[in-house]
Design a binder for this molecule. Structure first.
Ligand code: FES
Ligand SMILES: [Fe+2]
Length: 420
């Protein structure tokens, strides 16, 4: 149970809110897929932590990222003429280049060069990695790129999608750490993903996943925590499924049945977040036809820029298909696996009231994650953020522990980048 004040601290991400400062000062933030930025296109409007920006790609591939308000008289730079390396405000024709410098200010007349050099544009550095475009919104020198397994993968080994979700970022993050919900919310998907077949002595793997007795264990890691779900199967073996939380907003989920997924819940403002889903493999190239991805996409529609949209509003129960439920579908949302997730997140309200929850045994990872973030906020206030020591990068994974073996031995030998 958390207090109203703690709920505010965890969820408020606008401007100078403590959580906004903590995230912006500690990590690069993904904001777009590389394919969303094309030279000479209209600039992309970007909203993060309650502030508005524009981003554009120069013909040489570099990405500019500046405040949306023109430094001259504050007109939106979303309306600019895009001249390639520079964007030109349509009001008085000031031009800003991809490094964030004013290069022309025709309204100044003579001594333009001196004048331009004195104008400070709120510009932020960008980078590309893991099929995402990232921005550094903190003050001072940028940190190293986050220690995520997608950073540093060879070209083509990660494939990203994004959806804007109409609720607070913490609801997205908590969704990734909520292990139990796969066997309720996603029950119909699990049955579809794991069709009955002869294995483990003829048992049906989907049914076992949905009905086996569960134990939850959380182990803190240097970057966050490992959420371990142990399912006991009738033949004495144990299915160990490990999801990794990496502060502040990343979750590594073991794939079905192979491959890995990274989710990131990036704050747009208090009431919206960007849900990035990255499918990746160190072993093989990944694209939209990658088999593990096809299995979780319900149909042929993969809109990378809006991967899991709501089909209708709250008044229409987000498009829930009651006839389908009557015919046996669990949730009534058959679009794709993550539509089920975004529906339940939005259906908690824009900012869930965590003071009125009744948490159960399966919520232990969520409780620990909140405690870690609250501690990080306290440490940030005391100016005491230690940098993580180098070590192996974590990875979500799933392992069948044979009868008689100790899951702890299997846990110790897994969870690093080399098993992707
Ligand atoms: S407001 Fe943009 S150039 Fe004047
Ligand atoms: Fe889910």
């Amino acid at each position: 149970m958390i207090t109203a004040q703690q709920n505010e601290l965890l969820t408020r991400v606008g401007g100078d809110a403590p959580m906004s400062r903590l995230i912006r000062s500690s990590t690069w933030v993904p904001f777009a897929l590389p394919t969303q930025l094309k030279p000479y296109d209209a600039p992309m409007k970007v909203r993060l932590f309650g502030a508005d920006y524009v981003a554009w790609r120069a013909p040489d591939g570099r990405v500019g990222f500046v405040d949306q308000a023109c430094p001259h008289r504050r007109v939106s730079l979303a309306l600019v003429r895009n001249e390639g390396c520079a964007i030109r405000c349509i009001f008085h024709g000031w031009a800003i280049d991809v490094t964030g410098k004013v290069v022309e200010a025709p309204s100044q007349g003579a001594d333009q060069a001196d004048f331009c050099a004195r104008v400070e544009v709120a510009h932020h550095p960008t980078r590309e990695a893991g099929d995402l475009v990232w921005v550094w919104l903190g003050e001072g020198l940028p940190a190293e790129m986050p220690r995520l397994p997608i950073v540093g993968l060879p070209e083509g080994h990660a494939w990203s999608t994004v959806t804007k979700v109409a609720c607070n970022w913490l609801q997205g993050l908590e969704g990734g750490l909520d292990t139990f919900h796969i066997q309720a919310l996603h029950a119909s998907w699990i049955e579809r993903l794991s069709p009955p077949k002869k294995s483990s002595g003829g048992a049906d793997p989907a049914k076992m996943l949905l009905t086996s007795p569960l134990t939850y264990i959380v182990e803190p890691t240097e970057l966050g925590l490992s959420a371990i779900a142990l399912r006991s199967y009738p033949n004495g073996s144990t299915l160990m499924r490990v999801t990794q939380y990496i502060r502040p907003f990343s979750v590594l989920i073991p794939g079905y049945p192979t491959g890995s997924t990274l989710t990131m819940s990036v704050p747009v403002d208090d009431e919206n977040y960007l849900f990035f889903l990255v499918y990746f493999s160190a072993r093989e190239k990944v694209d939209e036809n990658w088999p593990p991805l096809r299995r979780i996409v319900g149909n042929d529609r993969v809109v990378r820029e809006d991967f899991a949209p709501l089909l209708a509003d709250e008044a229409a129960n987000y498009g829930q298909d009651r006839a389908l439920m009557a015919a046996g579908h669990y949730s009534g949302f058959p679009g794709n696996l993550f539509e089920e997730d975004t529906v339940v997140q939005v259906a908690m309200g824009r900012i869930a009231d965590r003071t009125r929850e009744h948490l159960s045994a399966s919520d232990v990872a969520i409780v620990q994650m909140r405690a870690q973030l609250l501690r990080a906020l306290r440490e940030a206030e005391a100016d005491d953020i230690g940098s993580a020591a180098p070590g192996a990068d974590p990875l979500g994974f799933e392992v069948m522990v044979p009868p008689g073996a100790d899951w702890r031995d299997a846990f110790a030998g897994q969870g690093r980048r080399d098993v992707a």
